[in-house]
Design a protein around this ligand. Structure first.
Ligand code: ZN
Length: 490
């Protein structure tokens, strides 16, 4: 008889059985943490012909232990699936939740056990541990079983985060939804933005320096811009798709850089103004989560002051309109994704956990309100076809939100800072038209960003009425005046 040692386990076999060694090796490797790790110190020797029975008995023994029963009771399916996703491929992009120290293989094993408990029997479970043939089916099952439980967990997580960091936003969520819906309803989807005037990098540089003087920027801003150029920390990259992916980021060695998604037109200047405000903020302080709600506010402001500057430089009204409509288009895409989320948050706060029916109800009511989706609706005459499509969408959307949060730490409310920034800037520019010097305050906010939060911004600009929900809020008054009464929340 021959002996083979596989990960510390001795397997005795006859020459004629050597072709089965691969099979055994795979089983030991796939179930090492769960079954074999503890056994390797026992100088265990197993006859190859007894291996299957040994494996079966060992799994049975483990699952019959009291300790195991407690673990199974304690680790609910949603928790197991979250663990599974957190550990998959050694992912570590979620800064909000920490995975436990339980081995990924054990998590997988427990999920499979629960699957066969609900959809099969113990023998099939042991067979699965050996051949792993049903893996896709099991993962699909656990995803569908835990979908809404996890989604509700994520909603609550986001709500708690907002409560701690931005309760003003949370308290006014109704007003905010009606504001977004109004924006969406008044947006002309067919508006084409024309070809914008071309702009060389040299001219862009000249105009940007002029812009800094136009806003009376502090000397430091001029210096920081000069440094950025000197150190080649502004990266101009030709825009590939429709989506604008300009960003301001901290690279691996801690240098703050800007990437400008370049179209070669005057639009690049607006991107530059936007990212430059992020740059100033980041170069002065570390920004924490409490600032999430106003993080886009200075950028959106200076971007729009850039539009004003370009108009003063003699660019035509239609060029400026094109820039505005490009920006609105970008915003609209964010809003369309945000509306159902904010509605879910609202629903969660008032009625508790969200169900599939809640989400479907929302879409059934609102689908027809979105101009972009109206066209698609026309092709779906049959109600059942439409509802089937809505159901598929609702489930898929939920999976994407869950996955993005667990795998990448992406908050479901991400994007609301653009909405909030846009609302604030709109009010500020109205004040500017009335002769109020808002620019110097905005420079101060950008320079001393960590001294501000949403509440302080509102106070600085006397915008208390913006979030005054005693039926006299600006948002509500406006929706009456323009007579768009079709968007009520409830
Ligand atoms: Zn931004």
């Amino acid at each position: 008889m021959k002996k083979a040692i596989i990960k510390g386990i001795t397997i005795k076999y006859e020459d004629s059985e050597s072709n089965k060694l691969d099979y055994i090796t795979k089983i030991i490797i796939n179930n090492y943490a769960f079954v074999f790790e503890k056994l390797q110190f026992d100088r265990l020797e197993i006859d190859l012909s007894d291996f299957d029975q040994f494996f079966y008995d060992e799994i049975k023994r483990i699952y019959e232990q009291e300790e195991m029963k407690k673990i199974l009771e304690h680790l609910s399916l949603p928790l197991l699936y979250i663990e599974y996703l957190l550990k998959k491929d050694g992912c570590d992009n979620n800064s909000f939740i920490e995975p436990t120290t339980v081995d990924a293989e054990i998590v997988h094993n427990l999920i499979a056990y629960k699957f066969y408990e609900a959809n099969g029997n113990f023998d099939e479970f042991v067979q699965y541990l050996k051949d792993r043939k049903n893996e896709d089916k099991i993962i699909k099952w656990v995803r569908s079983e835990t979908r809404f439980e996890i989604y509700n967990y994520i909603l609550k997580f986001n709500i708690d985060l907002l409560k701690d960091n931005d309760s003003l936003f949370l308290d006014n969520i109704n007003l905010i939804i009606s504001n977004i819906l109004q924006e969406i309803s008044t947006y002309d989807m067919n508006k084409q933005s024309g070809q914008l005037p071309l702009l060389s990098l040299n001219n862009l540089d000249t105009l940007f320096c002029e812009f800094l003087s136009y806003i009376n920027a502090p000397e430091l801003w001029h210096e920081l811009y000069a440094d950025l150029k000197k150190n080649k920390n502004i990266i101009f990259e030709e825009q590939k798709g429709e989506e604008n992916i300009s960003s301001c980021y901290i690279d691996e060695d801690g240098t703050i850089k800007m990437k400008i998604d370049t179209t070669g037109t005057i639009y690049d200047l607006c991107n530059l103004a936007h990212e430059f405000a992020h740059y100033i903020i980041l170069s002065k302080q570390e920004v924490d989560l409490r600032k999430l709600s106003i993080i886009e506010f200075p950028s959106i402001f200076f971007e729009q002051i850039m539009e004003e500057f370009l108009e003063k430089k003699g660019y035509s009204q239609s060029d400026i309109d094109s820039i505005k409509s490009k920006r609105e288009q970008n915003n609209l895409e964010i809003y369309i994704l945000l509306v159902p989320i904010i509605s879910d948050i609202n629903c969660f706060i008032n009625n508790g956990k969200i169900t599939k029916e809640d989400r479907m109800h929302f879409w059934k009511n609102k689908f027809s309100s979105f101009p972009r989706l109206q066209k698609e609706m026309k092709d779906l005459k049959d109600k059942n076809v439409l509802y089937g499509a809505i159901e598929n969408y609702v489930l898929m959307d939920c999976d994407v939100l869950n996955f993005n949060f667990i795998r990448n730490g992406k908050l479901v409310v991400e994007g609301y800072e653009y909405l909030l920034g846009t609302i604030l800037v709109k009010k500020l520019l109205e004040q500017r038209l009335n002769g109020v010097d808002v620019v110097s305050n905005m420079i101060d906010i950008t320079n001393n960003f960590n001294n501000y939060n949403l509440q302080k911004v509102i106070e600085t600009f006397n915008m208390e009425e913006l979030f005054n929900s005693d039926n006299k809020g600006v948002v509500k008054q406006k929706s009456k005046a323009t007579n768009t009464n079709s968007y009520n929340n409830k």
